[in-house]
Design a protein around this ligand. Structure first.
Ligand code: NAD
Ligand code: DAU
Length: 352
């Protein structure tokens, strides 16, 4: 069995669905169900005997440890986090609690559990920490992509909290020998992403005829990776990564935000034309994100060379699948755009 934290969120849910499609090994999903946790993402496996859900905060160390001792997982894959940069700017406390304290609690639970294991079970155990490229800070246009040895320079409360969690994971390996693995990945996109993040927000707004807000000059660059490729990278690191190591994961798809938005508009116009005219008419520039990182790029040579992982999707194929999914799941979008969602969107854009 494996444990997954944050499995009701965007990447965690995609990971569980992909896992159960390719393996008989059971999964326990530990999730507190914040605004970003949505069990509807996992409806297709709800009754699968290989799947179990525990509504639990990762900060509840004793409860997590009790589950570990009962179910004896061979790995814990830690996705649970507060993940949205704009939310971290308006309210950083929850980011420190979940991302820093939560990771600390899980490390302590895992250490206690792992210390009690023996022989092959002890050898096999892994704590895989899912992290972000944002810990490395921002790149100038001509700088090479982030590698595993790039110094940490987090700039937002979100990235600082993730950087702190990465350091805890590193220390638990170095000091206690806990067999950890860390992945630092670039921007994901794909099905089930909460419509506060750029791509699903743009799709949802464009379909509803609402403005498409571009922060600053729209020339900030991100490296986009289809979520299924990220899940495959995590499976590969779990299978063959060396304990104590860090693996950077990226899509080799650097693109300025305005280009991403224009691509989404053009795809929507082709797949579902708007009688009012091309969706690019909805694009509007709004105040920049404070401390907005200019550019992220990943050097993924280590995971490619050591573990043979490469993304299967190009941006063209991945974004096509993604736009199709949102067109086919407009009821999903409508359901997650609850009162709480509307409050957040109003607060974020009022602050600009
Ligand atoms: P998400 O916000 O969609 O989901 C987070 C999940 O964690 C939700 O289900 C939420 O309910 C759960 N959660 C939050 N606090 C919790 C707590 N205290 N206890 C238990 N569960 C809790 O996030 P995501 O985009 O799926 O990101 C998953 C992980 O991947 C995060 O660690 C994030 O830092 C990392 N990451 C994300 C991206 C990206 O582009 N989205 C890229 C690289 C790394
Ligand atoms: O790089 C990995 C990170 O990618 C993950 O660790 C984070 O969890 C994830 O949220 C994402 O962070 P970003 O801040 O890059 O993603 P976001 O979708 O919020 O924004 C992408 C870019 O688009 C960024 O430059 C800000 C810009 N943007 C975003 C929104 C929501 C806009 O121009 N308008 C918007 O309305």
């Amino acid at each position: 069995m494996i444990f997954v934290t944050g499995g009701a969120g965007f990447i965690g849910a995609n990971f569980i669905l992909d896992w159960l499609a390719g393996s008989d090994e059971p999964v326990l999903n530990i999730d507190r169900l914040t605004y970003a946790g949505n069990l509807e993402n996992l409806a297709s496996v709800e009754r699968d005997p290989r799947y179990r859900f525990e509504k639990l905060d990762v900060c509840e160390r004793d409860a997590v440890l009790a589950l570990m001792r009962e179910l004896r997982p061979r790995a814990l894959i830690h996705f649970a986090a507060e993940s949205h940069v704009d939310r971290s700017i308006l309210g950083p406390g929850e980011f420190v609690r979940t991302n820093v304290d939560g990771t600390f609690s899980l490390l302590e639970a895992a250490r206690a559990y792992w210390s009690g294991l023996e022989g092959a079970e002890r050898q096999a155990f892994r704590f895989l920490h899912v992290s972000t490229d944002e810990v490395y800070g921002s790149l100038e246009p001509d700088e090479p992509g982030f590698s595993e040895t790039t110094p940490y320079r987090p700039n937002s409360p979100y990235s600082a909290s993730k950087a702190a969690s990465d350091h805890l994971v590193r220390a638990w390996h170095h000091t206690y020998g806990l067999p950890t693995l860390t992945t630092n990945c670039s921007n994901n996109y794909g099905p089930c992403q909460f419509p506060e993040k750029l791509i699903p927000l743009i799709i949802a707004n464009a379909l509803a005829g609402r403005p498409l807000p571009i922060y600053g000059d729209g020339l900030n660059v991100r490296d986009w990776l289809y979520v299924g490729d990220h899940c495959a990278a995590i499976r590969r690191v779990l299978e063959a990564g060396r304990p104590g190591e860090v693996y950077n994961v990226g899509g080799n798809n650097e693109m300025p935000n305005i280009e991403v938005v224009r691509t989404v508009c053009r795809l929507l116009d082709t797949m579902r034309p708007d009688p009012a005219g091309p969706r690019e008419r909805l694009i509007g520039y709004v105040a920049d994100r404070p401390g907005h990182d200019r550019r992220y790029a990943i050097d993924a040579r280590k995971i490619a060379g050591e573990l043979g992982w490469r993304p299967a999707e190009t941006f063209e194929t991945g974004i096509g699948k993604t736009v199709r999914w949102y067109l086919d799941h407009q009821d999903w979008v409508a359901r997650v755009q609850s009162g709480a969602y509307r409050e957040w969107i109003a607060r974020n854009y009022e602050a600009r």
